[in-house]
Design a protein around this ligand. Structure first.
Ligand SMILES: *Cc1c(COP(=O)(O)O)cnc(C)c1O
Length: 387
């Protein structure tokens, strides 16, 4: 039996059309976009095309998007670049405790450089409240960073409402939209964001390829110094196949966003209701409706997430857990702790993230095997007594 991949929040398989678009640029269509000869001009044309595809997909102008090495670099650049460019105005930054580590660890570093960071509270579903943000802004505030969609629990933040509020105060607003692109409609003007991060491998494009939207006129220090690529704002020879792949992938992903979202939402609900009704002592993490179409995150009491993942893997199902195993120690997810889960409940969580390749039978097969696996794991747990 073929495997069932339910970990699209971690990475997505490359779309065959994207791969086909990239292949010539890994071979005969090589060239350095800075060179003036034919190979160079061809490369520059391919970069220009991809830049237009990217800009169109998020409602930006081509002059406002910059290619990077991924979502992590985009987050680093946005936060460090905006912080240092605006240091004379103030040193206060506002964010949330449920951001990706690419944001949280960058903020840790900025605190060591003399910036102060306020982390807004989130409610039990992981939502940020505009009134809390409004209260947190001071005359010293230079930057707000709130993710568009959470990668663990799938909660969608009210970016448009927060964006309007932040814009009104003359403060810069960054959003990590890595999980949002291709999953929900994204428009930088509607959202009123100044900076937006995205990553190609999360929407069926290549790994090691991302982009940062920087609104026209917003000053951001460089992160990568060197040559004059990306209009002098991000050095290094263009990753030509990667850029072509990002352009092709984002055009396709954002073109089909609505049909895809409707189909994945139906599969998601079947999976959620199926698990909650078949397995006792389970709870859904994240907002019930304001969530990514393909995201399922469930806490299963009296279960270790890692053990569950191994058993699912043996059954041919690839999933993920809320507990990240870092250097041998099991740290429960910072996101699950931030929404109020205790350590034991956070350890027993399961993330199933659906993608375009998934079909109804994948959901049915998962629902067929999961209750039995949970039952056998619980039978080994001294804490669990069947009710
Ligand atoms: C995957 C992810 C990132 C990191 O992107 P990379 O391209 O893997 O560096 C950042 N933020 C979120 C929300 C993500 O899901």
């Amino acid at each position: 039996m073929s495997r069932i991949y339910l970990d699209h929040a971690a990475t997505t398989p490359m779309d065959p059309d994207v791969l086909n678009a990239m292949l010539p640029y890994m071979g005969a269509r090589f060239g350095n976009a800075s060179s003036i000869h034919a190979e160079g001009r061809n490369a520059q044309r391919a970069v220009d095309t991809a830049r237009k595809q990217l800009a169109a997909a998020i409602g930006a102008d081509a002059g406002e998007v910059y290619f990077t090495s991924g979502g992590t670099e985009s987050d680093n650049w946005a936060l460090k670049g905006a912080a240092f460019a605006n240091r004379a105005k103030g040193t206060h930054i506002i964010s949330t405790p449920i951001e990706h580590h690419a944001v949280l660890h960058t903020l840790d570093w900025l605190q060591k450089q003399g910036f102060t960071v306020t982390f807004l509270p989130v409610d039990g579903d992981g939502l940020v409240k505009a009134s809390d943000l409004e209260r947190a802004i001071t005359p010293e505030t230079i930057l707000v960073s709130v993710m568009a969609a959470n990668n663990e629990i799938g909660t969608l933040e009210p970016i448009q409402e927060l964006g309007a509020l932040v814009r009104e105060r003359g403060v810069l607003f960054h959003t990590d939209a890595v999980q949002a692109i291709g999953a929900i409609p994204v428009d930088v003007r509607e959202w009123q964001v100044d900076m937006l991060s995205l990553s190609a491998h999360k929407f069926h494009g290549p790994m090691g390829m991302g982009a940062l939207y920087i609104r026209k006129g917003v000053s951001v220090e460089r992160l990568v110094h060197g040559g004059a690529q990306e209009r002098g704002r991000r050095a290094s020879t263009e990753n030509l196949p990667g850029i072509v792949g990002l352009g092709s992938a984002i055009e396709k992903a954002c073109g089909g966003v609505c049909e895809n979202a409707a189909r994945l939402t139906a599969l998601r609900e079947k999976l959620i209701q199926g698990i909650l009704s078949a397995i006792p002592e389970t709870r859904l993490n994240g907002h019930p409706t304001l969530r990514l179409p393909g995201n399922v995150n469930i806490s299963i009491r009296y279960i270790e997430g890692e053990a569950l993942l191994l058993r699912l893997d043996m059954a041919g199902i690839s999933a993920s857990s809320g507990s990240a195993c870092t250097s041998g120690s099991l740290d429960p997810s910072h996101v699950l702790l931030a929404i109020g889960l205790d350590h034991a409940t956070a350890h027993g969580s399961l993330r199933l993230s659906l993608g375009t390749g998934n079909q109804l039978q994948d959901v049915e097969q998962t629902l067929a095997v999961l209750p039995g696996i949970v039952e056998s794991l619980r039978a080994m747990s001294p804490l669990y007594t069947r009710g």
